[in-house]
Design a protein around this ligand. Sequence first.
Ligand code: PGA
Length: 254
Amino acid sequence: MAPARKPVIAGNWKMFKTASEGAALARELRPKVSMIHDVEIVVCPPFTTIPAVAQALAGSNVGVGGQNLHWEQHGAFTGEVSGPMLADAGCRWVVVGHSERRQLFGETDEGVHRKAKAALAAKLSPIVCVGETLAEREAGRTLEVVGRQIGGALGGLSDGEIAGLVVAYEPVWAIGTGKTATSAQAEEVHAAIRAQLAKSHGQKVSDGLRILYGGSVKPENVKELMAQPDVDGALVGGASLTADSFAAIVRYRG
Ligand code: PGA
């Protein structure tokens, strides 16, 4: 019998919310989810909003994450932010390799791997994102593409490092489009990711890995997605921008 995996529900605020807007959202969210202890709850604001949100959520059951990081700790890298800087600002998590970073900012599997390692070194839990485009899905290449991304990002990491991260499967065609993968489509890919990890790192590591689904997750569809055996949480964009909808997702058990 595989061990129970504690679900993770993470909100990705993307490039929304100033510091004061973010703090207000955090203050509104906090009491709505304070009674939920069987889910790890995370919000990922823009860099400049992180300190205000971390302050608003201090001592609560909601963790804070960054949306990206550089793989070096410091240096001449204009415009970049490092893992130790995020940790110092109050983060315990960081999104790595989101499809918007891959598609719009040229991030590669190799870069995602370096960032995941840097996050772990800074004691942040990386949320490593993978997912196929619509063209790749229609060409029947979903499992091949996701398999390559997982191998590229996680290959060479130790068992302990894998235990410190989570994976988010986010089909690119479902992000911000209102088109959610069916629970069967999500489960197929999640199970394939878990099987790949069992091959590379053994059954125990694979059984413990939390795999989140992302792409148009809403209060209306979260329950069915979470009912799948290999879906261990959600990475939520649009629906994380209001306290009511994000709290409803966190409280998917009803
Ligand atoms: P969405 O975004 O929920 O707005 O589709 C998900 C994501 O990009 O993480």
